[in-house]
Write a protein that binds this ligand. Structure first.
Ligand code: URA
Length: 276
């Protein structure tokens, strides 16, 4: 990094954070919108079981989301939610969920080729939760989310927010690697999302960051949503503040200054919301 010692402290901090994120300049003004990335062919609106863009996410609480048809949902109908639980109690519930349901799950075809399920990692009482799409090759090998190249970029983003992986919670829409890193099918996501909902119900984060189109579509219950138009805008996942942003893997593929500025401004909005 160039010598910043003559700059006022605030500017020095900003430049240092930008450099951490791999950015080489301070965002000036609003960058132009990029062309929309192609939709994943696997998630055509017709085959998707979720509601259309014109129907907003239903205003129900997370508990009732658990009532969607899923054998494990019954088991959680009277399960404790995170409001009054200590971090240790939350961790125990998360461990239980993983041990009893996720680690041996055979609800969809993804179980056939997986090496490991990838449950989630981080602080059981985190204020901030990141949700990605699904494990890739490295995550499948190690059983931990976001440990490959995209994960390294996510780590830098988290560090730039003056946090560490241990401060936040990281999970995915699906817990098993889709072969060839394809997008999970709607059926695979439908089978797996109740596990994520239960994780959210236990952790009760203040803010969820949706990383990329798949996470945003499923959490906002809108299969037609365009990440390029939605990112950067505060939404609600039930009563939890929800910030959609680009997936780190997309950012690595489209590593433009504008895209890095967009993601950084989304993360700065999250920092402001959390008072970081
Ligand atoms: N991409 C994701 O969406 N999740 C991971 O865990 C890794 C890469």
């Amino acid at each position: 990094m160039s010598d910043l010692s003559h700059q006022p402290r605030k500017i020095r901090q900003t430049l240092a954070i930008d450099a951490l994120l791999g950015m080489d300049g301070v965002p000036l003004g609003k960058p132009p919108e990029p062309p929309e990335p192609p939709a994943h062919p696997e998630v055509s609106a017709d085959q998707h079981r979720l509601t259309s863009a014109s129907s907003p996410a239903p205003a129900v609480d997370i508990q009732s989301m658990m009532d969607i048809p899923h054998p494990t949902a019954d088991a959680w109908a009277d399960a404790p939610v995170g409001d009054d639980l200590s971090p240790d109690q939350k961790q125990a519930l998360l461990d239980d969920l993983n041990r009893q349901y996720v680690s041996g799950c055979t609800k969809c075809e993804l179980c056939r080729e997986r090496k490991n399920t990838v449950f989630g990692v981080g602080h059981p009482d985190a204020d901030l939760m990141f949700v990605g799409e699904g494990p890739g090759r490295d995550e499948d090998e190690q059983g931990e989310p976001f440990v490959g190249r995209a994960g390294q970029l996510l780590d830098k983003q988290i560090a730039a927010m003056r946090l560490s992986r241990a401060d936040v919670y990281i999970a995915n829409i699906v817990k098993c690697r889709p072969p060839g890193n394809r997008v999970p099918t709607p059926d695979e996501a439908d089978q797996c999302v109740p596990y994520l909902l239960r994780q959210i119900q236990i952790i009760q984060p203040k803010v969820i960051v949706g990383l990329g189109a798949t996470a945003v579509k499923y959490l906002l219950n809108d299969p037609r949503i365009a990440i390029t138009r939605t990112r950067g805008q505060w939404r609600k996942f039930h009563d939890i503040d929800f910030m959609p942003t680009f997936h780190p893997a997309y950012l690595l593929r489209q590593y433009t200054t504008e895209n890095r500025q967009r993601v950084w401004s989304d993360l700065q909005a999250v920092m402001a919301k959390l008072g970081i």
